[in-house]
Design a protein around this ligand. Sequence first.
Ligand code: ADP
Length: 397
Amino acid sequence: MSTLVLVINSGSSSIKYQLVDVDTHEALATGLVERIGLAVGRLKHEGPNGDVVLEQPIANHEAGMELVLAQFAEHGPALDPATLTAVGHRVVQGGDVFDGPALIDDTVIAQIADLAPLAPLHNPAHLDGIRAAQAAFPQVPHVAIFDTAFHRTLPPEAYTYAIDQKVAHEFRIRRYGAHGTSHKFVSRTVAEHLGKDVSELNTIVLHLGNGASATAVRGGQSVETSMGLTPLEGLVMGTRSGDIDPAALFHLARQGGYSIDQLDDLLNRRSGMLGLCGHTDMRDVHDAVAAGDEVTETALKVYYHRIKGYVGQYMAHLGHVDVIAFTAGIGENDDIVRLGALAGLEKFGIVVDPERNAGRKKQITVISPDDAPVTVLVVPTNEELEIARQSVELVRG
Ligand code: ADP
């Protein structure tokens, strides 16, 4: 009998779901409920019989979950709760509380709620999804998988910001990191692919999607990561600035009269590649560069420069790097970025072979020459599978 997990990623007005067979790594169905609470909601269910799209009012997450169950019943695959090993829920912020998956009970729910000030857009939305799923599957164990958990191994020198520590403790300000599920999946997959134990490898994972982060992984443990208190810090992203001198915010508040909400909007939603050149999708960036747009060319250089800086930093922290792994939408699909981001690092043993690198990578692919000191790979991430696996590991003990 197969090991089935329903993976749920719930946002404030959405529920993303995937039914995963952990044994075969197959996604048996995927779907997205959107615009919950708005005048017209939308559901897309992709199952064995193709896609189904519905548009109708969806009052809340509970109504959304009921609609999801109805799609499984009507369009398949059959979803008998008795055959589900677990429901795995993605949770963005686990703070310094959760260092691994947690079986969801009232205490865990209270802890996730308690961490909401650190992730005000995410944690309350996850709880809506958890409650709705618990109502739909009351007999199945529900497991929370935290984006931050993989980074709980960061040493104090990596997670501590150099500010007044009384203030830091009072407001729980420290580096928590994000994308941990992906960084863990990728660093483990690399070791499996190279036939090594994860403890033998030092790896830099570059998760480059709309959101982007870099992690230094020593022997399977995250020891430094580019996202901080929130997923705003670090690399240049689609719409997020990544690193910036915080005094720029004082300056904007004092000289430009910006409110906290305006600053938040500026850095999280109007910065990054969008702010630099007006494009968030890397395909549009490359088109503009090819057409001779100098502003976009500079934007892309900023993007590379930041990645390269983190690679250098992590080489210094790790002392020795065996592997650099690209993942997520840009990391997996964009051969121009993979080449550009690591160009000029040959003296450090980091070489990308243009032929091996060419094209989109749907499966794990080595893109460095065989004799290169550092193995550079593309590893398609699979956060849903990782959530499903960790849920099963916890439930089965
Ligand atoms: P997230 O999960 O953070 O929303 P993804 O990991 O799905 O983001 O990455 C989305 C990004 O991947 C897009 O904005 C785009 O820049 C990039 N992308 C997707 N496909 C391609 C492609 N074929 N070539 C270049 N970039 C691509």
